[in-house]
Design a protein around this ligand. Sequence first.
Ligand code: NAD
Length: 385
Amino acid sequence: MLKIAVPKESDLGELRVALVPDIVARFIKLGFEVLVQSGAGQGAHFTDSAYEAAGATIVNSAKELWESADILLKVAPPGEQEGEEEMNWLKTGATLISFLNPLGNPEQVQALAQRKINAFSMEMIPRTSRAQSMDALSSQANIAGYKAALIASASLPRLFPMMTTAAGTIPPAKVLVIGAGVAGLQAIATARRLGAVVEAFDVRPAVKEEVQSVGAKFIEIPIEEDTATSQGYAKEVGQSTQEKIRQVLTEHIKKSDVVITTAQVQGKRAPLIVTEEMVGEMSSGAVIVDLAAGQGGNCACTEAGKDVYYNGVTIIGPLNLPSTLPVDSSKVYAKNLLTLVKYLVKDGAIDFNFEDDIVSGTCVTYEGEVRNERVKKALATLVQA
Ligand code: NAD
């Protein structure tokens, strides 16, 4: 019987947990044994007794839990505890499934390979319809987009919706969303539900209809170069295109009460879209929420994890928003993991079938080797630097 282990996340800011009790029960039904570290669900309000009732065994010691795992399911990349690297507690040949930030921290992937841990990175799930139910980047970005709109409305010194009252009519707030991927579309939908008037821009013209379907106006900027990869991700645009985008957006930013930025290019620093000068032209009281803060920020004034005040404008650079809604972000992440593990396990063992695009895309280390080409490239760049 394969042993699945769920540790308590060691990063203090991480309130999510990899499995919730309902999903533990699903794994038990499928014939897995599930071990959960005592207190693992505390941050997300799932008690040890709820896990026990679902069929899990509660383990007190973190080290013992890691050592027992055939498959260890985690949210954040392995860290340190009691002065020791958590990943060193895994037995040789164990499988780790987690967010691993493999392009940002390829050295850890290399260390996992050296330790002969077979690792799957949740960031690398292909963005295809077949893999949609395993797509943790989407399940978490959706929650981040929602929270970004709430933060913006709570920080704005005026109302989002239009109000017609006996004391006069208040016009709706104007919100601009830059980057209309998963997080951006949810930010648009949430801002609309709160009553704001919303417009949006993305370098991929293909998102125009999606933007319109959630109730926003799409800002059209004719772009000559090809802006999307074959996997549907945005490409880094050239200097002159970025300048053209800035020129058009300046007018829109100036008139906005709120700007929510979510623009990212996989494996690269986030594009700088809102310059200091543009912030300087915004009205006093305006708010920017920069969801790309962790990747360098879309706004020149952003400081990751901080609120910055510039000329009357508040620039908020939140980190790890899904962790601020840990109940639901854990539920959907656990469902992503259930679908992936069910897909990977055949006849009581993980089937490392590298002919399959989900396995080959997601598995970053196998039997002592770093497998993923993009991670290998990131490692080679480090050696050259
Ligand atoms: P992301 O987080 O990588 O980037 C956010 C958005 O920023 C993207 O829409 C991107 O086009 C945009 N962007 C990048 N550079 C920009 C710039 N200079 N100016 C303005 N906008 C810029 O994106 P994501 O939310 O992870 O989605 C990436 C792609 O994957 C999208 O095409 C999405 O529709 C697709 N997707 C597909 C599936 C699926 O088929 N299962 C699931 C999720 C996402």
